[in-house]
Write a protein that binds this ligand. Sequence first.
Ligand code: MG
Length: 130
Amino acid sequence: MDFYLNPENSQHRLIDEYKNYGSIVVAFDFDDTVYDYHKKGRIYNQVIDLLRKLKSLNCYLICWTGQEDVQFVSKYLTVNDIPFDSINENPPFHTSISRKVYSNAYLDDRAGLHQVYNELNYLTEKIKVK
Ligand SMILES: [Mg+2]
């Protein structure tokens, strides 16, 4: 099996990274991950709660979105108490001209959200206990 197809390996990597830096970078998608893009009354409270927990554990949160109206995104996140440190921008401690933002994990409804959610949630529980 490819190494990171095994969720145990990606889980351990995240915990090791958090232990090394006392923080990790987490990118999260906006549409249909924290925001009800299609206005169908869908709720995204578990991901939002996870982001709040990550923030309280000193994680750096990037909203990684295809939305063109960054002002709208910023306002929505602020009004709904969804923590973020940047929108589509690398952390100040990671400079790069690449268009892909640097992140240790990506929460995205189009990219294995279930697995990444579980890994990060497990991380918050494991760190909290310490
Ligand atoms: Mg999405």
